[in-house]
Design a protein around this ligand. Structure first.
Ligand code: 1PZ
Length: 201
């Protein structure tokens, strides 16, 4: 189903992209967006019910990518929006960054649940991850649409086939993403916290 860029699978490409980001210094916007764009391949394996999630995620990553022509680092996005009092304004870069970060964290939680259960259905793993990471910040309408979509998820085996992985290889690649994305997610949270911006939105 997916084109392999040489040797890798979609999951290994995602893991590699996040491993290449370093959260040790000023994280640059362009490489960050590049890594985020790899995630898009996952949507294709979830089915039509999550098309709206894909459109949401992709458009926010695209806005950030376009901004990377002007803003060098993630820090400079926050500085700009703090100066203009637009951190939480719909469509602002700092708000889009917060949403993309929630998407990255959702995938991390999802992978973690995937690895700790062998249920043939992904509904439980996906619902739990969503409830914890995203639902508290989403409207009732969005939460309802997501819970309807959960009934149309592929099975565990169907997902593995679509991603061109075995149970063992998927476990390895998901662990790589879990380990590589956590410091990035924490780094993004600190951008807000260090400026006294709460994360309850
Ligand atoms: C096999 C596992 C399947 C798991 C499926 C989980 C799907 C969750 C779908 C979440 C859909 C969210 C859709 C819309 C959210 C919007 O309310 C907000 C609006 O932000 P605003 O414009 O108000 O600032 N948008 C977002 O939060 C951005 C996108 C989030 C999408 C994350 C998806 C992550 C990837 C899922 C797994 C591939």
């Amino acid at each position: 189903e997916f084109e392999d860029a040489g040797t890798g699978t979609p999951l290994s490409a995602i893991a590699e992209a996040f491993e290449e980001l370093s959260s040790n210094h000023d994280l640059m916007l362009k490489p960050f967006c590049h890594a985020c764009s790899y995630v898009s391949v996952l949507f294709g394996s979830l089915g039509i019910a999550f098309k709206f999630a894909e459109l949401e995620y992709v458009s926010k990553v695209r806005d950030l990518t376009e901004a990377s022509e002007i803003f060098g680092s993630l820090n400079s996005i926050l500085d700009y929006d703090v100066r203009n009092d637009t951190v939480r304004t719909p469509g602002s870069l700092s708000r889009n960054l917060r949403r993309v970060r929630q998407g990255l964290d959702l995938i991390r939680a999802l992978f973690q649940n995937f690895l700790s259960t062998y249920d043939d259905s992904l509904k439980e793993a996906a619902s739990m991850a969503y409830a914890k990471v995203c639902a508290p910040y989403h409207t009732w309408a969005v939460r309802t649409a997501v819970s309807a979509g959960m009934c149309a998820l592929p099975t565990r085996d169907q997902l593995l086939i679509k991603l061109n992985e075995t149970d063992d290889s998927a476990e390895r690649e998901m662990r790589r993403y879990i380990d590589a994305s956590l410091p990035i997610i924490e780094y993004i949270d600190k951008l807000y916290i260090s400026r006294n911006i709460s994360l309850d939105w």
